[in-house]
Design a binder for this molecule. Structure first.
Ligand code: ZN
Length: 141
């Protein structure tokens, strides 16, 4: 008899409940919670079936424990994807605003230059008018 693994459900020790014979199956089970396996093949009496079941059931229990974590990880991945999309949208908006600012700065420079030229023309106009006034005064004298 190989050493029996503990019960996958409660962790208690396992024991041979009944040895198999030509007429009855062998049973190995938990000493506490009542989980058991039954073998109709009387020659498989070394506990390997219980141990295989203990291993298999403990895997199933692990899977059941892990699946909520898988959901949490999956939800987190979705949340990260949403945040990445929001970040990309925010970056695109920033780029658009920056190009708007560049456009406004270009326009400001353009109109400042135009205003400067206009002021210079006005000044020249005033100078010409002044000179014509002086000339008219000389003619009158
Ligand atoms: Zn048990």
């Amino acid at each position: 008899m190989s050493k029996l693994k503990p019960c996958p459900f409660c962790g208690s020790e396992a024991e041979v409940i009944r040895m198999g014979t030509g007429r009855v199956s062998m049973q190995i089970g938990c000493t506490d919670c009542g989980a058991f396996v039954e073998s109709g093949e009387m020659f498989i009496s070394d506990g390997s079936r219980w141990n295989a079941r203990a291993f298999q059931d403990s895997l199933i229990i692990d899977i059941n424990r892990l699946s909520p974590l898988v959901n949490i990880v999956s939800n987190q991945k979705q949340r990260i994807q949403q945040l990445e999309e929001q970040l990309a949208a925010a970056k695109a908006e920033i780029a658009e605003l920056e190009s708007g600012i560049e456009y406004a700065i270009d326009n400001f420079a353009y109109y400042t230059q135009k205003t400067g030229k206009l002021l210079s023309y006005k000044q020249q106009e005033l100078e010409v008018k002044h000179l014509m006034d002086v000339l008219a005064k000389h003619k009158a004298d």
